[in-house]
Design a protein around this ligand. Structure first.
Ligand code: GDP
Ligand code: MG
Length: 304
């Protein structure tokens, strides 16, 4: 008997995918779902993501380096927004593909501009139609997609729910197919290019986005002052910076309750992500005008 012929193995592929789209369409949720861990913070508010971050997702057939970006912002007034825009635009340089994320049932002028920019840069664009779980009328999905893809060129189109991890296997397969043949760039168990210290600060910031009303989260940032290993324990100290003295009592809350809730929420997220016990201390301090001060921004970890 002759031995069964071996099927030739597909070569391993690895490369970079820029995840782009309007604020709040679910870019960070998608990156987390593909990576399988919360490397990028998520909130119902626009402009939650302020930093460019790599989510690393390794599969049998390949490795995707997913560049999560702040959305492009129209308001250019503050230095922080200008830096966020530069970070988002710069994300397309040198990537192997782009995932343009939109919301099912909504195609806006901004989506059209993002598509046009990617198309003229010559990057293959995969259209990710997210939040299909929210569509009341599922029969509207196909005509919606037909309308968008008419006269536009996409490498492929994927209706997904990033939140419910639906439709992601086919998306992953197509994205890997667009990557060059290459050995993995990162180890199998690496999930991001950012340090645990950075991720700790982001998890505190996520709580600010979730727990502060109105405009206040946009006037805050977080600095990790201490990040120390103490046996099995991580000892972390975080400062929540606000822009004005009057904002401090709002962050702290009656009897310190809000800052306590922020700290507890962040600690729970850190313990889950780092897989160990965390002792977290959180303070609130004032630095006037930090969001329009490039030197302060760099000290707080912002870059473009
Ligand atoms: P980004 O600004 O594009 O990074 O968007 P986020 O990932 O921060 O998500 C914005 C909001 O949309 C959050 O409240 C998410 O929970 C929500 N969201 C993201 N993906 C989905 C999805 O597939 N379905 C639903 N219903 N909500 C989603
Ligand atoms: Mg985001």
């Amino acid at each position: 008997m002759s031995p069964t012929p071996e099927t030739p193995e597909a070569p391993f592929r690895a490369g970079t995918v820029a995840v782009l789209g309007r604020p709040n369409v679910g870019k960070s949720t998608l990156v987390n779902a593909l990576v399988g861990a919360k490397v990028s913070i998520v909130s119902p508010r626009p402009q939650t993501t302020r930093h460019r971050l790599l989510g690393i997702a390794t599969f049998e057939a390949g490795q995707l380096l997913l560049v999560d970006t702040p959305g492009i912002h129209r308001e250019q007034k503050r230095a922080m927004n200008r830096m966020m825009n530069r970070a988002a635009r710069g994300a397309v340089e040198g990537v192997d593909a782009a995932a343009l994320v939109i919301e099912a049932g909504r195609w806006t002028e901004e989506d059209g501009l993002a598509y046009a920019a990617l198309h003229s840069a010559g990057v293959p664009v995969v259209l990710v139609v997210n939040k299909v779980d929210k569509l009341a009328d599922k029969t509207a999905l196909l005509p919606f997609i037909a309308q968008i893809t008419h006269e536009r060129e996409f490498a492929s189109v994927h209706p997904v729910s990033a939140m419910k991890s639906k439709g992601l296997d086919a998306l992953v397969k197509d994205l890997i197919f667009l990557m060059p043949e290459s050995a993995p760039h990162y180890g199998e168990d690496e999930i991001t290019d950012r340090s645990e210290r950075f991720l700790a600060g982001e998890l505190v910031r996520e709580q600010l986005m979730l727990r502060l009303g109105e405009e206040l989260p946009y006037s805050t940032t977080v600095e990790i002052e201490k990040f120390e290993e103490d046996g099995e324990l991580l000892r972390i100290a975080a400062v929540v910076w606000v822009e004005r003295e009057g904002q401090k009592p709002i962050v702290i809350g009656k009897g310190g309750e809000r800052l306590k809730a922020i700290s507890t929420g962040a600690r729970v997220g850190m313990e889950k992500l780092f897989g160990r016990k965390v002792f977290l201390e959180t303070w609130c301090k004032v630095r006037e005008g930090w969001s329009d001060d490039e030197a302060a921004l760099r000290r707080f970890g912002y870059s473009d």
